[in-house]
Design a protein around this ligand. Structure first.
Ligand SMILES: Nc1ncnc2c1ncn2[C@@H]1O[C@H](COP(=O)(O)OP(=O)(O)O)[C@@H](O)[C@H]1O
Ligand SMILES: [Mg+2]
Length: 378
């Protein structure tokens, strides 16, 4: 069973929302409704989130992300459609049952995490448990563990204003983790942080996720963040989900021009993996297990350049058990990147691509910086 399922969710703000839904179902768009003074914040959103997944909702400001998230935990009632959480329709729970689900099973982490200034860090992290009525000793113990998971061991007794912004955000994450909720809803949780700290937090979340295996819906307007974190990514535009897929799906097969333009700037060589661009081989294909040039299906394309520079024409790709599952041909590598600017960036990063490009003249125009790159490598 999926952990979370959204079925044809709509949220319309303004007068006569049901009429508006009918118009939207008949094909009206946001602008037509706006002319009538209603806002279609979310239009016909459907998706499923599996246990242990990080499901990212990505879109520009105003595209409807926060409204969607608030319907997932019952803070906002959908105008139409329903939300199933572990198979229960949370849009039809009694207020009492809904409160219970919200306090025990779902945790929210917001962009600006408001800590109580006159409570210590550990008391702040224990707040969600306090709301649940967990006894003091137990909640401080669990909050202390959660703080340690979030890299804040030793800060338990400090006051919030002694912490940097990044550390305060970690307290927010610890508060969510301390409650043992299975479902974390994170609304732009890292968006207010400096880029380096933000990356740290992303790493921390991915690291935690390896052991905790929470189900996470993560909202962001940042494509690179979406690509780093998301097992599945839903791209929202003007209230509608225009594409759902893995980061690779979205890069390789954008559903429309909007998504294509959105993903133009992403560093493909870091998102695409050997597995996504390989040619599959028959299960019993011959393979020398000692072949040192082999890579795993998860190896980023960026890391294939070195092997190609040494003259390898086909890189063997192996699965977790070390069995050959495919090969990546050298032409495939650059055509997958398919963006001269990206290739230039690779060259400037000092990767010895001269040899690769030597064999690539037929398929890809030689980037302008070849000469410079070769010189700087020398
Ligand atoms: N309570 C509300 N009343 C009226 N309009 C709202 C309300 N909440 C959000 N909206 C509108 O719905 C649209 C989507 O908002 P939101 O979900 O906050 O987008 P995002 O989180 O992607 O920035 C926006 O046009 C916003 O102005
Ligand atoms: Mg928002």
């Amino acid at each position: 069973m999926s952990r979370l399922q959204a079925e044809h969710l709509y949220k319309v703000f303004g007068r006569r929302p049901d009429d508006a839904v009918r118009k939207l179902e008949a094909g009206a768009d946001r602008d037509e409704l706006r002319a009538e003074g209603t806002t279609a914040a979310v239009i016909d959103a459907s998706f499923t989130v599996e246990p242990g997944q990080i499901f990212v909702v990505m879109g520009l400001s105003g595209s409807g992300k926060s409204t969607l998230l608030r319907m997932l935990n019952g803070l906002l009632e959908p105008t139409a459609g329903r939300v199933l959480f572990d198979g229960d329709d949370i849009t039809h729970l009694s207020p009492k049952k809904l409160r219970e689900v919200r306090s025990k099973k779902i945790s929210m982490v917001f962009q600006h995490f408001a800590l109580f200034p006159h409570r210590s860090v550990v008391e702040n992290a224990a707040y969600g448990l306090e709301v649940q009525g967990v006894a003091k000793e137990e909640r401080l113990k669990r909050a202390t563990e959660a703080l340690e998971l979030c890299g804040l061991k030793g800060w338990e007794k400090s006051w919030p204003d002694e912490l940097s912004g990044g550390m305060q955000q970690r307290v927010g994450l610890a508060r969510a983790l301390a409650t043992d909720a299975d479902l974390l809803l994170m609304d732009e949780s890292f968006s207010a942080l400096d880029p380096l700290i933000r990356r740290d937090m992303q790493d921390q979340l991915l690291e935690l996720q390896k052991t905790l295996k929470k189900t996470i819906v993560f909202i962001t307007h940042d494509l690179n963040e979406a690509m780093r974190l998301g097992d599945q990514i839903a791209v929202m535009r003007d209230g509608r989900i225009v594409q759902t897929g893995t980061g690779e799906d979205i890069l390789i097969r954008p559903a429309n021009d909007y998504v294509r333009r959105f993903v133009e700037d992403v560093d493909r060589s870091r998102v695409l993996t050997a597995g996504s661009i390989m040619e599959k081989v028959a299960a019993d294909a011959a393979f020398d297990e000692e072949d040192a040039s082999s890579v795993s299906t998860e190896t980023p394309v960026a890391e294939l350049f070195a092997a190609l520079a040494e003259g390898t024409t086909e890189i063997p790709v192996t699965d977790d058990d070390g069995d050959l599952v495919g090969v990546v041909a050298r032409e495939k590598v650059l055509s997958a990147l398919a963006d001269e600017a990206q290739i230039e960036a690779q060259l400037e990063a000092g990767i010895e691509a001269a040899a690769v490009l030597g064999g690539m003249k037929d398929t890809v125009p030689a980037p302008r910086t070849t000469e410079k790159a070769v010189k700087s490598d020398a």
